[in-house]
Write a protein that binds this ligand. Sequence first.
Ligand SMILES: Cc1cc2nc3c(=O)[nH]c(=O)nc-3n(C[C@H](O)[C@H](O)[C@H](O)COP(=O)(O)OP(=O)(O)OC[C@H]3O[C@@H](n4cnc5c(N)ncnc54)[C@H](O)[C@@H]3O)c2cc1C
Length: 418
Amino acid sequence: MTTIATTRKPAGTLIIGAGQAGLQLATSLRELGDTHPITVIGGELHPPYQRPPLSKAFLSGTALQEELALRGSDFYRDNDIAMICGEWVEAIELHDAESSAGHARTASGRRVEFDRLAFTVGGTPRRMNAPGADLAGIHYLRTLDDAVALKDDLNRAARVVVVGGGFVGLEIAAAATSNGKNVVVLEAQDRLMSRAVAPEMSAFYSEAHARRGTHIRLGAAVSGFRGSDRVEGVELADGEVIDADVVVVGIGLLPHTELAKSIGLAGDHGVIVDESGNTRIRGIVAAGDCAISAHRTHGQIRLESVPNAIAQAKTAAAALLGREPGTPSVPWFWSDQADLKLQMAGLTMGYDQVVLRGDVEGEHFSALYYRDGHLIAVEAVNASRDYMAARRILEAGGNIPPESAADTEIPLKTYLVR
Ligand SMILES: Cc1cc2nc3c(=O)[nH]c(=O)nc-3n(C[C@H](O)[C@H](O)[C@H](O)COP(=O)(O)OP(=O)(O)OC[C@H]3O[C@@H](n4cnc5c(N)ncnc54)[C@H](O)[C@@H]3O)c2cc1C
């Protein structure tokens, strides 16, 4: 009797979500020498592209759609990465509850087998739940298609209302103001970017935007939208109505958790991973905006930034291949609002002291955040040199003594040497 031994062809890795993190994960797997199949499935029609310019250069007209792609089509071919765009994964099933292998099914009925799985599914903008919220002319900005529609509508608008004074809302407001629109920002809290920056920085940005012609309204809670077919105004809780041809809502992101939840790997706030990107099932990872991960000092946190998506995807790729993860990096982020370049590193949560350094009125300064006298974060406005030095000090676990941090005669890099 002859026995013919057959070896099953590996199904490889399925990456759900073709954004910044998904692309990086696929790229890192190949860079680390993974020769098994890699399939990336993305719900958008476009292959991975840069989101940050959507609220900045693309909206203000200095970057074109074709300049946003992260990689050309030859990259996917050359690296043997199957990139499937425009298909939404609706369901996943594991062979058994603890196995990383299984199959996924897309809305079009495609079935994709996998041995290992990665969630890089990002999130969706939090929606307004108020009367009139589904009127035409009310926009959210997450995707390239959203940005194309918004830009088109803005071209015909004179009066723009932005609901939400966070990073994305303020970037949109700055772009629209610089394009000659009359722009009002409505922020329900008593200061801008309140979840991310210190009151000193919020106050600076309120004044800086006002100087450039954007109307900032703080403590302005939206109760509804006026209009018959299209939006014509935004109603505030006190009954005031602000006229609007276009409204953009930027009130946060809800991570996509449905698929991971269906196999017990997510809570309401994200896909739960450890600092290597592993879920509790070996061979299933998550990275980017959808992942809520264990942080050395801050417990469970979910970050929304390009550098975080890249760093987590690299770590998760190493985890899938059983390699050592790299050293965890200090989180960093940037936001360009008009000609103000804000660069941030570290996490400000739990700070008890802020030292301002530089020329606040001249729009060239930084804010250094401390806890118990130790530097934990930096935010710099048009002050890249201070930002880079402080970030390197944070990465090295060093300190800038708070009592001398405001002295601009002493370059911050001095403290790195020490
Ligand atoms: C307007 C804007 C401006 C920004 N500016 C900055 C900035 O200045 N600096 C910065 O650091 N960050 C910025 N960000 C944030 C940054 O873009 C994100 O943190 C980053 O893109 C996250 O990447 P990701 O891969 O985790 O998620 P995403 O880029 O959102 O990618 C996830 C992808 O998964 C797809 N997907 C989800 N579920 C499924 C499914 N079931 N089936 C198939 N596909 C699915 C989604 O369609 C999406 O394409 C900005 C974001 C926006 C929207």
